[in-house]
Design a protein around this ligand. Structure first.
Ligand code: IPD
Ligand code: CA
Ligand code: CA
Length: 266
């Protein structure tokens, strides 16, 4: 599979940060049993990974702007391009020694996501996509799952927790969706969840309260794998609303419908 020069830059940055995270993940597993726990260590690992990505990307394309989880907005002289980066998506998993976390890097050109990379260093799985060029896991081309009924589907989501709002709203959504599907999963890394939908490992996904860096690469991944993505009202304001609903055409539609339904007594 031939990658463009820009995608190669993104892959190199993600893999380099991934090596750093993998080393730190090994140490987290040791700190896990210590009294203090690995909290501070994990924030350092997160910042270190972001630094690696920032350095690599700014060296390769000086002037591009950034939106990064830790650093926030970094203006660039080039107002056409912006990197959107989550250096560690799945921090809670990482902190607890659960090997489900990822690095997510997207490139936006004139407001449109044109390339995305999601890398899970613990499993050495690299997801890549370019607008119009398809989505891949390592060298394998991705296609969303073909199941077209919710009753056959496994659907991913994110569960709000302490310090996050919308608990009641989520319970209503969960009540509706769980009654119609064959299984629900909460993996703990929204970027990987979206990559898994692109890979057909999960049939669909929904979550609210997300940030652009959680979803930017995943949105492109799913579209390039033939899937559909929207906010909960079916529009395209995923960044502004923080919401995402995804799946193949039928599952996406069925999820939107189920999410809107008033809670049933079933
Ligand atoms: C979190 C993960 C998680 C999602 C949270 C995100 P973080 O990102 O993507 O799956 O449910 O809402 O904030 O904090 O681990 O980078
Ligand atoms: Ca995140
Ligand atoms: Ca993060």
């Amino acid at each position: 599979m031939a990658r463009s020069a820009i995608l190669n830059v993104m892959v190199q940055a993600a893999m380099k940060a991934g090596r750093s995270l993998a080393r730190d993940f090994g140490e987290v597993q040791n700190l896990q049993v210590s009294l203090k726990g690995p909290g501070d260590y994990v924030s350092q690992a997160d910042r270190k990974a972001e630094e690696v990505i920032f350095t690599e990307l700014s060296r390769a394309r000086p002037g591009y702007a950034f939106l990064m989880e830790e650093r926030g907005e970094v203006a660039g002289e080039d107002d056409q391009h912006r990197w959107i980066v989550d250096p560690l998506d799945g921090t809670t998993n990482f902190l607890h020694g659960l090997p489900i976390f990822s690095i997510s890097i997207a490139l936006e050109r004139q407001g449109q996501i044109v390339a995305g990379v999601i890398y899970n260093p613990a499993m050495d799985e690299l997801y890549t996509a370019e607008r119009g060029g398809g989505a891949f896991m390592n060298d394998r081309r991705l296609r969303v799952a073909g199941r077209n009924k919710l009753s056959d589907s496994v659907i991913g989501t994110g569960v709000p927790h302490l310090g996050r709002g919308h608990h009641g709203e989520f319970l209503v959504e969960m009540r509706n969706i769980m009654a119609e599907v064959s299984g629900i999963r909460r993996l703990g890394s929204a970027a990987l969840d979206l990559a898994y939908v692109a890979a057909g490992r999960m049939d669909g996904f929904w979550e609210g309260n997300l940030s652009p860096w959680d979803v930017a690469a995943g949105i492109l991944m799913i579209r390039e794998a033939g899937g559909f993505v929207s906010d909960k009202s079916g529009g395209q304001d995923m960044f502004g609303s923080g919401q995402i609903v995804a799946g193949n055409e039928q599952i996406h539609k069925a999820l939107l419908k189920a999410l809107k339904r008033p809670v049933s007594a079933r």
